[in-house]
Each structure stands twice: as structure tokens, then as C-alpha cells.
Write a protein that binds this ligand. Structure first.
Ligand code: ARG
Length: 461
């Protein structure tokens, strides 16, 4: 039906046609094509609204509905845009004419592409949020299941990237689980701001036809109705909210990736990457590179740039719809697309990790229990400041003698402070250090067991 090569939704007031350059810069169908299922869904709801309002006859409404269903089939069968299709709304309108003829021209009664595109984009976003939420959940499940299998293994925890104190591997794994729980909450918030129906706002002032917006809301599954038509056609907060939620998720995955890239170096050797999510080198036969994790780290930059681009687009806009807003979908789709790839890639890469718990354990040196040694004195009535100083002097002696802290003679401990007894060295046990931290949120095995239960509960909601 390519006999309508100049199908346009506007143009009556122009004597001359648009420049080819205007067409090129204005054309958005390469980006917004994917809105088609949602645009058809809202158009069918709108046609029913027009029938209920007495603007279309029941017969016209039925033909419109069948026509829109046929347009959906066209898309499923691979319909492609014509060069003259400015955007997906124009393409759908053109295809609808091919199926039902002139009655198609009644569909646009009382609506504008301004409330239409806002509605379609919201529907698309609500759908995407659901998929992304499942992706984050899968990622959390992988972390949780590793954590359940590694409740006893110990590794160093780092502050300033320096060995600090021993923790269980489960505790470290769960430290990457909870940020993702917060990300899911942020997506839930974005879902709430997305689930507001703009349809019925018309171009800016509200539709002048008696179409029930409440019924549209119900039919399209929105949580509420936009309260102001000017705001409704220019509001892209839901996109910014979604992009912010995704920026945070991308940032969290990037930090996890960074930990793992470091832990996978020969120097650390705490984890070994599997085959399915690693690549080789074209030159160095020995290489097994964590590309999936590196690409994850890189994609956080991209998602953040999508957020800044959306917010920068919005910041100087006057009220209502402005064409700058057409670019909202480029940022939104880019971020959602990259996260839809990255989430399963990290989940896959983490799932196939081998944890070298032997290497982790041997990285836990006795000096990491210096705090526990100071606490030993505190439990004997010494002030923390004084015990900190005494242990500090022992650390220095060990360093000078090129010994581990526990290799110093007991006499050195007793010389450092009179309250050091024969059992001083017991305070340097890594297991004891972990066991002592049984506060909620601490690394003791018992506390982590509670944490794992909370993690399972968080996944169940
Ligand atoms: N393609 C446009 C967009 O994505 C649709 C809305 C056009 N509205 C208009 N008044 N020209 O924003």
C-alpha cells in the first residue's frame, strides 16, 4: 500500500512542502518505531472512548478496532516505515488508512500526538521496568546463592584498598546484594511516576470531546490520571526517574565488576572467571579477560550520560510540549537496552565464578586482627587510646623485624603493655575476630545467617 508516499498528519496550513533536511532532522521513526504495540493499544482504547462519547458510531468504532488489530498484524509480519513516515504515530495512521479507508481519519479526533506519545512512552516504560526488575532479581539470586554456599570462608575486607579486617565471603557477597534491593525500590518509585495517564490532555488544554478519561485509565491499567493537561504533555519526570534508577543500578554493577576484576588478577587470585563470560587475546595465548565485567563498568558511564541528557533537555523547556522532548526516547531506550544486556551478563559472569577460598584465607594476615588485640586490652580495663598505642608499637616491631604480628615473642607483647597475658595471641585468631562481630549487620556467621534470611525475604516480595 505504498501508494500513499506523502502521508502526513499535518501540512494543511503550508503552501510549500518541508525541506528534505527538515524531514531528516525531524524524523524520529528510527527511534520510536518500537512504541508501536503501545501506540496501537492506546489508539484502540481511544477509539472505544470516542464511541462511548458518541463521537464515533458503534460501527465506525468496530471498523477502527479491527483496522488497528490489522495494523498490529502488519507490524508482526514485518511492516517497515516508508521514507515519508515521520514517526511511529504517522506510520500507524497510514497503515490504518490502508485497512479501513477514510474512517481512519476520525481516530485523531480530540487527541494530539502530544498526549499520544506521552501515553505510549509511559506504557513502554512501565513494561520495561517490569523486565528490568526481574533482571535485577536474577542478579540478586546469583549473589544470594553463592553467599549461602560460602558462609564460613574468610577473606580480607579492605578500606582504602588496604587489608582491614577479616569477613566471611557470604558477607562480602551480600554487600553487593543490598544495593540491588535499593535499586528495585527506586524502580518501583519510577513505576509509580510512570503510571499516570496523560491521554485526554490533547495538545495542551485537554480534549474538548466527552471522552471518559477514567475509563481510559482503567482500560490501559494506569494507577492515576494526570491532574493538569499542560503538565501532562511536557512531563518527562518518569523518564528521568527511570534513568536515575538505572544509573544507580549500573553504578552498583560497576562496583561489583571492579571488585571482581581486581579479585581475578593473578595478584589477588580470589576468583577465577569461567569460560562463558570471558574472552581471549588475539596475541597472548594465556589470557582470559573479564570483558563482560569491564563492559559493565563502562556501560555505567553510558547510562549516566542518558540521565544527564534527559535532565539537560528538560531544564530549559517552557511549559507544555516542545519538540526537544522527542529526544527523550533515545536516552530512555539506550539506557534500558544496555541494562537489559548488562544485567544478565553480570549475572552469568558471577554465576560461573570459582571462589578460591584458599587464596582468600591466606590473604588474611594476623596484623588484620590488630583491632581485636587492642580490644583484648580494652576488655581488661585499658582505655582504647592506650591499647591502640600499645598495639601500634607491636605492629611497628613486627614490620621492622619482617615478621607477622603473631610471630613476635610473647615477651614483646608483655613489654608493650603490662595487661597482655599468656592468652594474648588468641586475640589474633581470624575466626575469633569474625565471631565477635555478631551484631545485626555484622560479619559473624550467625549474623550473616540472619542476613541471608532477610535477603531471601527481600527476593520473595
Ligand atoms: N515524534 C514526536 C515525539 O516523539 C511525537 C509528538 C509530536 N508532536 C508535535 N506537536 N509535533 O515527541
Amino acid at each position: 500500500m505504498a501508494d500513499l508516499p506523502t502521508h502526513k498528519l499535518w501540512g494543511g496550513r503550508f503552501a510549500g512542502g518541508p525541506s528534505a533536511i527538515l524531514d531528516a532532522v525531524n524524523r524520529s521513526i528510527t527511534v520510536d518505531f518500537r512504541l508501536w504495540p503501545f501506540d496501537i493499544q492506546l489508539s484502540r482504547a481511544w477509539a472505544r472512548g470516542l464511541v462511548r462519547g458518541g463521537i464515533l458510531t458503534a460501527d465506525e468504532g468496530a471498523r477502527m478496532d479491527a483496522g488497528l488489530a490489522a495494523v498490529a498484524d502488519d507490524f508482526v509480519e514485518g511492516a517497515q516505515p516508508l521514507p515519508s513516515d515521520e514517526d511511529v504515530h504517522t506510520m500507524i495512521d497510514r497503515l490504518l488508512h490502508t485497512h479501513v479507508g477514510d474512517v481512519a481519519s476520525k481516530l485523531h479526533t480530540g487527541r494530539s500526538r502530544n498526549d499520544q506519545v506521552a501515553t505510549a512512552t509511559r506504557l513502554w516504560t512501565m513494561d520495561a521496568i517490569q523486565q528490568l526488575e526481574l533482571g535485577i532479581r536474577d542478579m540478586q539470586r546469583v549473589l544470594l546463592s553463592h553467599a549461602e554456599q560460602h558462609q564460613e570462608a574468610l577473606l580480607p575486607a579492605y578500606t582504602h584498598m588496604q587489608r582491614a579486617q577479616p569477613v566471611t565471603l557470604a558477607h562480602w557477597l551480600m554487600s553487593h546484594f543490598w544495593p540491588l534491593a535499593r535499586d528495585r525500590q527506586r524502580l518501583t518509585n519510577a513505576m509509580q511516576t510512570s503510571s499516570v495517564l496523560p491521554l485526554g490532555s490533547g495538545a495542551i488544554a485537554g480534549t474538548a470531546f466527552p471522552v471518559s478519561r477514567a475509563l481510559l485509565q482503567e482500560e490501559l491499567g494506569f494507577a492515576s490520571l494526570s491532574p493538569n493537561s499542560i503538565d501532562a504533555v511536557g512531563d518527562r519526570d518518569f523518564i528521568a526517574d527511570t534513568l536515575y534508577a538505572l544509573t544507580m543500578t549500573a553504578m552498583h554493577l560497576s562496583r561489583l565488576a571492579e571488585d571482581l576484576i581486581l579479585f581475578g588478577t593473578s595478584e589477588f587470585g580470589f576468583v577465577q572467571f569461567g569460560d562463558a563470560f570471558s574472552t581471549g587475546s588475539s596475541m597472548m595465548p594465556q589470557k582470559r579477560n573479564p570483558d563482560a565485567l569491564e563492559l559493565t563498568r563502562g556501560s555505567a558511564a553510558r547510562v549516566f550520560s542518558d540521565l544527564t541528557s534527559m535532565v539537560m533537555t528538560l531544564k530549559g523547556l517552557p511549559s507544555g510540549y516542545n519538540k526537544d522532548l522527542q529526544d527523550d526516547k533515545r536516552a530512555l531506550f539506550d539506557a534500558v537496552d544496555v541494562m537489559a544486556l548488562v544485567l544478565p551478563a553480570v549475572a552469568g559472569a558471577v554465576d560461573e565464578l570459582t571462589f578460591r577460598t584458599d587464596r582468600m584465607r591466606s590473604a588474611v594476615t594476623s596484623v588484620m586482627m590488630a583491632t581485636d588485640l587492642a580490644d583484648y586490652l580494652v576488655l581488661r580495663g585499658v582505655t582504647f587510646r592506650e591499647s591502640h598505642g600499645a598495639v601500634g608499637s607491636l605492629v611497628r616491631q613486627a614490620e621492622d623485624a619482617k615478621l607477622e604480628l603473631h610471630e613476635l615473642p610473647l615477651s614483646a607483647f608483655k613489654a608493650a603493655h603490662a595487661m597482655f597475658g599468656d592468652d594474648s595471641l588468641d586475640a589474633l585468631s581470624a575466626q575469633a575476630s569474625v565471631d565477635r562481630r555478631s551484631v545485626p549487620g555484622g560479619t559473624a556467621v550467625s549474623a550473616v545467617r540472619e542476613q541471608l534470611a532477610a535477603g531471601r525475604a527481600a527476593l520473595a516480595t
